[in-house]
Design a protein around this ligand. Structure first.
Ligand code: SAH
Ligand code: SF4
Length: 386
């Protein structure tokens, strides 16, 4: 089988070039063509010798992912569902803001952790994504958006590993993909603008600190082990105290001077004022985490199988006030792309029945496209629907 060049970081590509009897520096040229220019055909690569292009045509491909659907929200958020074969699909979401463009990407098809409030978790685990499958989400989205916006400038400035899957349980491919994101010959993203979100795989938090420190977000969701055990089953293996100690250790390597703690607000489960007070004392008692953590309160995106509901707005505000009054920097996540279920895991949960998804999408003011090459048409349709 031919090698998929999306699987290689620069070092891997250099080794591949050597195997072809080429100088290592050719890898840099090739890498730039693929990631900076979005090339998918070797004959586009005009400054590579014809003999090399011919060798590449025989031994390699640049193979992205098939697209099952694309939905564009009225607020500009775009969600793609990618086909990763054997009935599995993963999603990526682009969220435009005035000062940045964020892409949320997936690391696994399904997830083994099985959090109660997460629709990915309810699907179970299918498999790890390869480096190429992780990076293909960024490669596709970046170059699609440049074409759509008619620019050669970078569009995606931030990447968050907050799509499907637990990134730290797919560690080696994750780190290689992160290195491609950070590489100046590829996407050149700053470490501060690439975030790994984890449900708390403690040993792998330490490993990431050594191997590829990027911004870290930890899915806390509870002020004590009893509540967290019921929401994030991994807590039984790595309880809160150990998790927060790992966060503290990570700070020594982190590109930012804080760790983000994500807290999904679930009505009557983890959102009471007493639980906010408990969270303050948990963080206060942990090496003064009050000063090196930021708490991000996330409105829950409900799905029927969870049996859970979103906390009322007023309760989120009251919870936030208790944290803020205690000196904890607290933000409430804005919901984006609500009309297209753009939150993580929401669409793929329905993928078993694509027909249903199609019917549902038709009822919405969104566009669904099957073939990858219909983008130009989409721009016109979008201006009608948008
Ligand atoms: N597995 C990693 C990263 C993917 S989940 C993790 O758990 O951190 C990314 C974020 O989305 C996590 O904070 C997760 O708790 C949150 N999340 C999952 N399902 C959600 C839902 N239905 N509503 C709101 N947030 C959700
Ligand atoms: Fe997996 Fe994260 Fe969902 Fe938990 S919240 S099931 S760790 S993807």
């Amino acid at each position: 089988m031919t090698a998929n060049l999306l699987d290689f970081d620069l070092e891997g590509l250099a080794a591949f070039c050597e195997r072809l009897g080429e100088k290592r520096f050719r890898a840099t040229q090739l890498f730039r063509w693929i990631h900076q220019k979005g090339a998918s055909q070797f004959d586009e690569m005009s400054d590579l010798a014809k003999s090399l292009r011919e060798k590449l045509t025989v031994t390699a491909t640049i193979r992205g992912l098939g697209i099952i659907s694309q939905h564009i929200s009225t607020d500009g958020t775009i969600k793609w569902l990618f086909d990763v074969g054997a009935g599995d699909a993963v999603e990526a979401v682009y969220i435009p803001e005035s000062d940045r463009g964020t892409l949320c990407i997936s690391s696994q098809a399904g997830c083994v952790v099985g959090c109660r409030f997460c629709s990915t978790g309810h699907q179970g685990f299918s498999r790890n994504l390869t480096v190429g499958e992780i990076i293909a989400q960024l490669w596709f989205a970046e170059h699609f958006l440049r074409r759509r916006l008619g620019t050669e400038e970078r569009v995606i400035s931030n990447v968050v590993m907050m799509g499907m899957g637990e990134p730290l349980l797919n560690y080696e491919p994750l780190v290689r993909a992160l290195r491609i994101m950070l590489d100046d010959h590829a996407y050149g993203l700053s470490r501060r603008r690439v975030t790994v979100s984890t449900s708390g795989v403690v040993p792998m938090i330490d490993a990431l600190g050594h191997d590829c420190p990027v911004a870290l977000a930890v899915s806390l969701h509870a002020p004590n082990d009893a509540v967290r055990d019921g929401l994030v089953p991994l807590n039984k293996k790595y309880p809160l105290r150990e998790l927060l100690q790992a966060c503290k250790r990570y700070l020594a390597f982190a590109p930012r001077d804080f760790i983000t703690l994500e807290y999904c607000m679930l009505d009557g489960v983890n959102d009471s004022c007493a639980q906010a007070v408990e969270l303050v004392s948990l963080l206060g008692g942990m090496d003064n985490a009050v000063h090196w953590c930021k708490v991000n309160l996330i409105p829950f995106n409900p799905f029927p199988a969870s049996g859970l509901t979103r906390s009322p707005r007023g309760q989120v505000a009251a919870f936030a006030k208790i944290l803020t009054d205690a000196g904890i920097v607290t933000t409430v996540r804005k919901t984006r792309g609500d009309d297209i279920d753009a939150a993580c895991g929401q669409l793929a949960g329905d993928v078993q029945d694509i027909t249903d998804v199609q019917k549902r999408m038709l009822r919405r003011r969104t566009i669904k496209l099957n073939p990858v090459l219909e983008f130009d048409r989409m721009v016109t349709e979008d201006s009608v629907h948008g």
